[in-house]
Design a protein around this ligand. Structure first.
Ligand SMILES: Nc1ncnc2c1ncn2[C@@H]1O[C@H](COP(=O)(O)OP(=O)(O)OP(=O)(O)O)[C@@H](O)[C@H]1O
Length: 251
């Protein structure tokens, strides 16, 4: 089997008496969209926080690109290519879409443009920023202040900012939250276009989107993974239906 880009190994996290992450192990392969679903309060957000580095697990390991990153803070993980998008407000509303993306390119590249003259640096930053915007279909809006973008376009910009970091794994925490039907369709199309090029760990409540996008799905219930598999297998899994999908009538 291909070496996974992300491996979670027996992660545990308690809040008071509650085991919110109760021995979670899962793997994300390069280029795979791996969705984590589960009822409200199952521990999905807590899990994502432990992957991004916002929360330290009580036990277990987070291995990213072959490196144990369990003790590394968020910023160090981000530099290794673990990018989190959505549910964070990375967008600066007074700056244009292009400037927002260029800031992300600059943050990633650090001083690697230092040998260039100022004008050449700016051109290089803008070129990469524009490529990130084009990837999410926001090229025509490059000159718009981010604050003037629609809700859906802002989500596209958040994705462009994450892509400008050249991630090896994208953590997407409810990318469709608050999106209307048309925006949802556009964002799902965009995410589908990223399949195979980026590994994605996706937490999303929209089951239609999850089943349309995911290569594999892990189902989390009370902090435990009760099943991992391809969408068809998950849909047919009696334990999953009993615990979750049956009641949501999503299968
Ligand atoms: N900082 C905290 N302190 C105490 N309890 C917490 C904390 N964060 C989360 N919890 C509890 O842990 C459980 C899991 O929460 P979490 O937000 O991870 O679930 P979730 O699956 O993301 O839920 P949702 O689908 O509603 O977003 C909940 O019972 C929640 O109340």
């Amino acid at each position: 089997m291909v070496e996974p880009i992300l491996r979670l190994d027996g992660l545990r996290k308690r809040f008071g008496g509650l085991a919110v992450t109760d021995g979670v192990s899962l793997e994300v392969a390069p280029g795979e969209i791996h969705a984590v679903i589960g009822p409200n309060g199952a521990g999905k957000t807590t899990l994502i926080h432990q992957v991004s580095g916002t929360l330290r697990p009580d036990a277990g390991r987070v291995v990213f690109a072959g490196q144990d990153v369990t003790a590394l803070p968020l910023a160090r993980r981000a530099r290794l290519g673990l990018a989190r998008s959505f549910q964070i407000t990375a967008v600066l509303p007074g700056f244009t879409a292009l400037e927002n993306a260029a800031l992300a390119v600059q943050a990633r590249s650090g001083s690697s443009f230092r040998f260039l003259r100022a004008a050449a640096t700016e051109a290089a930053l803008n070129r990469e920023a524009r490529a990130a915007l084009d990837q999410v279909g926001l090229g025509p809006r490059a000159g718009m202040p981010a604050g003037a973008l629609s809700h859906g376009e802002r989500r596209q910009l958040e994705l462009a900012i994450a892509l400008a970091m050249r991630p090896r794994l994208l953590l997407l925490d409810e990318p469709l939250a608050g999106a209307g039907p048309e925006e949802t369709e556009r964002l799902v199309g965009l995410l589908r276009g990223l399949r195979g090029r980026y590994a994605i760990l996706l937490v999303e409540h929209d089951m239609g989107a999850v089943f349309a996008l995911a290569d594999r799905i892990s189902v989390l219930v009370y902090g435990r993974v009760i099943a991992t598999g391809a969408p068809a297998a998950i849909r047919a899994d009696p334990a999953v239906r009993a615990a979750y999908l049956g009641e949501e009538e999503a299968a």
